[in-house]
Design a protein around this ligand. Structure first.
Ligand code: ARG
Length: 456
């Protein structure tokens, strides 16, 4: 028997139930549902709709239901279409008629919105902890590699020497922005819909400020019609997880490239590499590929749900039930990825020799142009002159530093003996010490600032 059976002569069709029921997945909301109901029962007593005795009976009945879910003994019955109906049905079985008073003035519409917001707030907090762990791992490894040099790339072509710590820290800041977005989303979702009723509001003398505060929200929602159909908070979290996964995916891609033997900048830890069933020599980075791959799925959850929301008429519509599987899946996926990525980052073994072997002198071409600028040449002329020098060296198949001074002077007379000092990768890196640059001095400051963020 369903909770809304009065109006119907016939029971629901089996196939309809399979489509309509959400209990298979929304039972994950049982703790939040029960919390919301307990607080609502007390609010009903405070509004003199039920007696204090009835409220206490409801609360202790709900606690029993909670224990049944906790220990796995809760038995689903036919007619338990979602978590709300299942809990209420069981409550009435346990405490009798008083249980039937709980839903006074309440609708599953404000109930589910409340439950899911509560769940999402907690999910945001859990995700924040996992992101912080990854940030801490990146920071610790970066700190060990402030002075490790590697080629930096643009267009995946060697560009300028950078510090490996600087490379790692770039991901710290991407995640810092994800943390920011998560905090903002968390603040927006902390709005309590309970007391909005089905759409028009609550006819009883319910103190919604108190309801919100008792449930741990920052404030009650302002408009009952908006409150029951607003799922922006779900879209927010789906977006935050998608963009964060995009960052993880880019880190994964770098790790894939740098661990390729052609680069050999990184050796992956045995525990986070996989082998081949056919080729005995293989060391694959499947977890990194899965990170890249699952990012597509997270973006799919976001675009799928945005499409669900588009064009819904005012008020609650059953389409909204699609919010849960999308968000559950995105968060579960994040929590599957993050521990592995964090451990991969922590166990990342950088190979400084391979990195410095990959530093070729053409990565210092910009420094050579800067040298000419110090000698008084406008940068444009300096750029052109060095371009010519790079071409001459490449045609002669020798390194830039092997070109005799006389050759350099044919291109620009301002070249002098001191040009030799340009051909020093560490010096090139050390020169970029303006705030945010790759120089050890700047990087140490960057790391210090990052530590402060972690402690905040
Ligand atoms: N299972 C539903 C959902 O997740 C609960 C709300 C149902 N409300 C209704 N009027 N049918 O959206």
């Amino acid at each position: 028997m369903s909770l809304w059976g009065g109006r119907f002569r016939e029971p629901s069709d089996d196939d309809l139930r399979k489509l309509n029921d959400s209990i298979q997945f929304d039972r994950a909301l049982y703790a939040e549902d029960i919390e919301g109901s307990a607080i609502y029962a007390r609010a009903l007593a405070a509004a003199d709709v039920i007696t204090t005795g009835e409220a206490e009976a409801i609360v202790s009945g709900l606690q029993k239901v909670k224990r049944e879910f906790d220990d796995g003994s809760f038995k689903l019955m036919a007619g338990d279409e979602d978590i709300h109906t299942a809990v209420e049905r069981r409550l009435i079985e346990i405490i009798g008629e008083a249980g039937g008073k709980l839903h006074t003035g309440r609708s599953r519409n404000d109930q589910v919105a409340t439950d899911f917001r509560l769940w999402s707030m907690r999910a945001a907090d859990r995700l924040a902890i996992a992101l912080r762990q990854l940030q801490a791992a990146l920071l610790d490894v970066a700190e060990e590699h402030v002075e490790t040099l590697m080629p930096g790339y643009t267009h995946l072509q060697p560009a300028q020497p950078i510090s490996a710590g600087h490379w790692l820290m770039s991901f710290f800041w991407m995640l810092e922005r994800d943390m920011d977005r998560l905090r903002a989303a968390r603040a927006r979702m902390a709005e309590c819909p309970l007391g909005a009723g089905a759409l028009a509001g609550n006819p009883l003398k319910i103190d919604r400020e108190r309801l919100a505060a008792d449930l741990g929200f920052d404030r009650p929602s302002e408009n009952s019609l908006d409150a029951v159909s607003d799922r922006d908070f779900v879209a927010d979290l789906l977006y935050v997880t998608s963009l964060c996964a995009i960052h993880l995916s880019r880190l994964a891609e770098d790790i894939l490239i740098y661990s390729n033997p052609a680069f050999a900048f990184i050796t992956l830890d045995d525990r986070y590499s996989t082998g081949s069933s056919l080729m005995p020599q293989k060391r694959n980075a499947d977890p990194m590929e899965l990170t890249r791959g699952k990012t597509g799925r997270l973006i799919g959850n976001l675009t799928g749900f945005l499409t669900t929301l588009k064009g819904l008429p005012s008020g609650y519509n059953k389409d909204l039930q699609e919010d849960k599987e999308a968000l559950f899946d995105s968060l579960e996926t994040m929590h599957r990825l993050l521990p592995v990525i964090t451990a991969t980052a922590r166990s990342l073994q950088l190979n400084p020799e391979a990195m410095s072997a990959a530093l070729s002198e053409d990565l210092l071409a910009t420094d050579l142009a800067d040298y000419l600028v110090r000698k008084g040449l406008p940068f444009r002329q300096a750029h052109h002159a060095v371009g010519e020098i790079v071409r001459i060296a490449s045609e002669a198949e020798i390194a830039l530093s092997r070109l005799p001074l006389s050759k350099l002077r044919q291109v620009s007379p301002v070249f002098d003996e001191d040009v030799r000092e340009v051909f020093d990768f560490s010096l090139s890196v050390a020169r970029r010490r303006a705030l945010g640059g790759t120089a050890p001095a700047a990087l140490r400051l960057q790391i210090e600032r990052a530590r402060e963020k972690l402690q905040a």
